[in-house]
Ligand binder design. Structure first.
Ligand SMILES: *[C@@H]1O[C@H](CO)[C@@H](O)[C@H](O)[C@H]1NC(C)=O
Ligand SMILES: *[C@@H]1O[C@H](CO)[C@@H](O)[C@H](O)[C@H]1NC(C)=O
Ligand SMILES: *[C@@H]1O[C@H](CO)[C@@H](O)[C@H](O)[C@H]1NC(C)=O
Length: 329
């Protein structure tokens, strides 16, 4: 009897712990300092890890030059960090061959903030999230979803892969590592609740959401309907300034006719030139570049400057947003 009741106490406390965890689980938070003059500058690259191939090394080289010239403070990766199938484990040499040994420029020896892409989910996801990799290369930080506060700006990193129905219903030959994601319905609804709550609570001047999958894209994969339905209402309700993603292996800037949100695709970290483009309303489409490259961004309290670079270091497109005056080109 005494034994039974202690078992039930244990069960009740386990249940309380689980239910409180699913209600009030908060996204992990990190901080990055602004520069002494009150600005932030960083690069954003996605879809890169191919052991230097498909011009990954050339993109990395150019990132190093631009990063040096513009004195960046950190790098954001929009996922698909390791092709084709993520990492096999914490000892997979691909971590070195596709990351450490590629982004060797001094200007890139800064903190990297990474999310996961669908290809990362085809390997050992927990390896990429592990402290072992952070020890191997101090720049590395990858979590499923998290928040980065950098002075006047706040970045909300969202794990978008589990939103996409076809990876569950029609995975083809691919095996996805859904450990830590199931039950899927709970995972997604908790994540959306957490992102919404964090955005509501934020008093940052700039709110930037980062995920792997496209929301507005004229490229191969096009729009991700699950995100349009589930994430976009949250972005719109919380005056998010930008959504930055990879997934399509190109560079894109699409403005939204109905909101202030700027949609930026930076999936040009290695293999590109897909030659598969769909029609998009020219009033919204500011840039589509079917090739390799990355984004540079500089921000102050009142202004954001976005520039898209190609593999030669040419500026393909720029865009400035001013907080007082509204967006100007
Ligand atoms: C790599 O870049 C060069 C230009 O430097 C280009 O000619 C070549 O087609 C690119 N290769 C791939 C695989 O994208
Ligand atoms: C990382 O890769 C580079 C280039 O392939 C190699 O020279 C180096 O020894 C590797 N380092 C580790 C720790 O494996
Ligand atoms: C945008 O901002 C950058 C950097 O502050 C500046 O050099 C550039 O002249 C601005 N461009 C426009 C069109 O306002």
């Amino acid at each position: 009897m005494a034994f039974l009741s202690s078992v039930s106490v244990l069960l009740i406390s386990a249940w309380l712990w689980l239910s409180s965890e699913s209600c009030v689980a908060e996204l992990q938070r990190f901080q990055h300092p602004v520069k002494p003059k009150g600005s932030l500058s960083f690069l954003v690259v996605g879809d890169w890890g191919r052991k230097g191939q498909y011009n990954q090394s050339k993109v990395a080289f150019q990132m190093g030059l631009v990063g040096q010239k513009l004195d960046i403070g950190f790098v954001i990766s929009t996922g698909d960090n390791f092709y084709e199938d993520g990492l096999t484990g914490v000892d997979d040499p691909a971590f070195n061959q596709s990351f450490t040994a590629i982004y060797t420029a001094p200007s890139l020896k800064k903190q990297w903030y990474n999310v996961l892409g669908n290809h990362d989910y085809r390997g050992d996801v927990e390896a990429q999230l592990s402290h072992v990799l952070r020890e191997k290369d101090k720049r590395w930080l990858c979590l499923r979803s998290f928040i980065l506060k950098a002075g006047f700006a706040e970045f909300f990193f969202v794990d978008t892969t589990p939103f996409v129905d076809k990876y569950f219903t029609d995975p083809g030959d691919h095996v996805y590592d859904w450990k830590g994601v199931s039950p899927r319905e709970d995972y997604l609804s908790n994540l959306l609740k957490d992102v919404d709550a964090a955005l509501k609570k934020s008093n940052a001047k700039w709110k930037i959401v980062v995920g792997h999958h496209t929301i507005k894209s004229t490229g191969h994969h096009g729009v991700t309907k699950e995100l349009v339905k589930q994430l976009v209402p949250i972005l719109e309700a919380n005056s998010v300034d930008m959504y930055i993603n990879g997934h399509d292996h190109c560079l894109e800037h699409i403005s939204d006719k109905n909101s202030q949100i700027q949609y930026l695709t930076t999936g040009g970290g290695s293999k590109a030139w897909k030659d598969d483009v769909h029609w998009w309303d020219p009033k919204e489409l500011k840039l589509y570049y079917d090739g390799q490259g990355f984004i540079y961004m500089q921000m102050t309290q009142h202004k954001a400057h976005i520039a898209f670079y190609d593999i030669y270091g040419r500026v393909l497109h720029t865009w400035n947003i001013s907080k007082e005056l509204h967006s100007d080109a």
